[in-house]
Ligand binder design. Structure first.
Ligand SMILES: [Cu+2]
Length: 230
């Protein structure tokens, strides 16, 4: 059957219903827009969630209690991060640079590795701070797990671990402090990537540095995770 009714005005009741639906959608959009700065989930990118990146860890531990002064003693590096700029935590998934063309060492200077070279107008500068970041216990062989809310995929991941002897509690992180422990092939779009890492001879506190080269464009994430090899 051919429908001939497309140009006929819809009944008033249908028009009213459509107008009401449009209004409801508009209201919903307005509500979502006001939520964006606080939810941290409306801007969809990703980060390393295990071992937790510095800002993901601070968001995970304190996101529902970020004004608690007890944090200053219990988790001082997170405290200074929240004081510096809470958006570093609300946007835990947004620590990236565009257009690096693979030349990471020239766009991310020594001492600025954990902020991706003070990217995003300095939003993440607090992550370069030197001190007692809380760490995740790992063994020689461990898995880096990355959550990708946007399903960007990966051209590759590079994973580095600081050399034995480097002390993240007292030294600023430089490229020379890192040794590469993994380089992967590509990953198709997903929300969840796992990168197996093997090390040997490491003990105590280290930083795991993960570089995620996304596939949808030249977008690179620079992610510091604090670990303890025991
Ligand atoms: Cu993204």
């Amino acid at each position: 059957m051919v429908c001939h009714d497309h140009t006929k005005p819809a009944p008033a009741s249908a028009r009213r219903a459509r107008r009401a639906a449009a209004l409801a959608l508009g209201t919903l959009a307005a509500v979502l827009l006001t939520l964006i700065p606080w939810s941290g989930t409306a801007v969809t990118h990703g980060s390393v969630v295990d071992p937790a990146s510095r800002n993901y860890g601070c968001w995970d531990r304190w996101g529902d209690d970020s004004q608690n002064p007890a944090m200053a003693d219990e988790d001082p590096m997170c405290w200074q991060a929240w004081q510096d700029n809470p958006n570093a935590m609300w946007n835990w998934n947004g620590l990236y640079r565009n257009g690096s063309a693979g030349d990471f060492e020239s766009v991310v200077p020594d001492g600025q590795l954990c902020s991706g070279g003070r990217t995003e107008g300095g939003r993440y500068n607090s992550l370069d701070a030197v001190g007692p970041w809380q760490s995740t216990d790992v063994t020689d062989d461990f898995t880096v797990t990355l959550h990708d809310q946007a399903g960007h995929g990966a051209d590759y991941f590079l994973v580095y671990v600081t050399k034995q002897g480097f002390d993240p509690a007292t030294q600023a992180l430089t490229w020379a402090d890192l040794q590469q422990v993994a380089r992967t092939g590509s990953y198709g779009p997903s929300q969840h990537y796992e990168i197996p890492v093997s090390t040997s001879g490491l003990s105590g506190r280290h930083v795991v540095y993960t570089i995620w080269q996304a596939s949808h464009m030249d977008q690179t994430y620079f992610l510091c995770s604090d670990v303890d090899f025991g």
